[in-house]
Design a protein around this ligand. Structure first.
Ligand code: SAM
Length: 289
């Protein structure tokens, strides 16, 4: 069948099924073949890969994924899209469509069932309203993934790869970089979608680290410390950590830990590297013993 990346074909399918775009589901469908090819190239999919696609829409990217990968499981929340997907993907026998909310799917279990627990690749043009919970869910739940290649809002892609001291640097940068190596593969303007989103987009690939680049005794505690450090951006680190409802350290304990780290008590969270957050967490925990 003719590819849906041809805008006329997309419009014809939408009219045939009288499909109404749902803003609440973040529905902006890709209509640019060049961008689709870039996503497939960036994801480095081979026939050995099982791919999880989040939000296939009418199946535009799924057609390309099915041709490149061994198997594709596509999870779509909107039940109105399911009959459309059955038509647009009829030629591919290696695609399975699940009508589910991705935030309610146990992806680690799905990976176990569909790929014997071997790492999968995630590829998606994400619904932007749930980008962070989807990405954090994949990372924090230690879903076995080789890589995650996703279209996101450009500003979110910049936050994911930001370095200390930069304005975009924050808790998301540190979480992503603890688990993965980020790489922005393309910038994508609004006219590559139907309907056009109000924001610019970017394709980012997150390649999973074999092991995290820093060692920390209590990983969960480190992320609490990181969140507390960025919750009150204009406050010093001492106040941010002291005021956090997630943490229980006295000002003295915090000051002692910062001294051991060799940074001034007036430092702000956005100046610390991932390695410094790991050490700071270890010093805070040691101070409690
Ligand atoms: N992959 C298609 C494309 O590139 O043209 C569609 C991408 S569109 C930006 C996002 C898709 O995610 C929509 O099809 C939307 O219905 C779906 N979606 C939104 N929320 C979802 C959720 N919680 N679980 C699964 N799919 C969801």
């Amino acid at each position: 069948m003719e590819k849906l990346s041809n805008p006329q074909k997309t419009i014809a399918i939408i009219q045939k099924y009288e499909f109404a775009f749902q803003k609440k589901f973040g529905q902006n469908f890709l209509i640019d073949e060049h961008v689709l090819r870039k996503i497939i190239a960036a994801s480095e999919i081979t026939e050995d890969d099982m791919v999880l696609e989040i939000g296939p829409g009418i199946g535009t990217m799924t057609q390309y994924l099915a041709e490149a990968a061994g198997r594709v499981t596509a999870v779509e929340i909107d039940k109105k899209l399911i009959p459309i997907l059955r038509e647009t993907l009829a030629a591919y026998d290696n695609v399975e469509i699940l009508n589910e909310d991705i935030l309610k799917v146990d992806i680690a279990r799905l990976t176990e069932e569909k790929n014997g627990g071997k790492p999968i690749k995630v590829v998606a043009n994400l619904p932007y309203y749930i980008t962070t919970p989807i990405i954090m869910g994949l990372l924090e739940n230690r879903v076995p993934v080789k890589s995650i290649t996703v279209m996101v809002q450009k500003e979110v892609a910049l936050r994911m790869q930001a370095q200390p001291g930069k304005k975009d640097y924050g808790a998301l940068s540190l979480a992503v970089q603890y688990y993965c190596e980020p790489y922005i593969a393309a910038n994508v303007p609004p006219n590559c979608f139907i309907p056009r989103p109000k924001v610019g987009s970017a394709v980012i690939r997150l390649t999973a680290h074999e092991k995290p680049p820093v060692a920390v005794a209590d990983e969960k505690m480190m992320f609490r410390v990181i969140r507390a450090s960025f919750n009150q951006r204009r406050k010093t680190l001492v106040n941010g950590l002291y005021n956090s409802p997630e943490l229980d350290f006295s000002k003295e304990e915090i000051q002692n830990a910062l001294e051991k780290l060799g940074v001034s008590a007036g430092v702000r969270g956005e100046m610390l590297t991932l390695e410094q957050f790991a050490r700071l967490t270890d010093f805070l925990m040691e101070g409690k013993k």
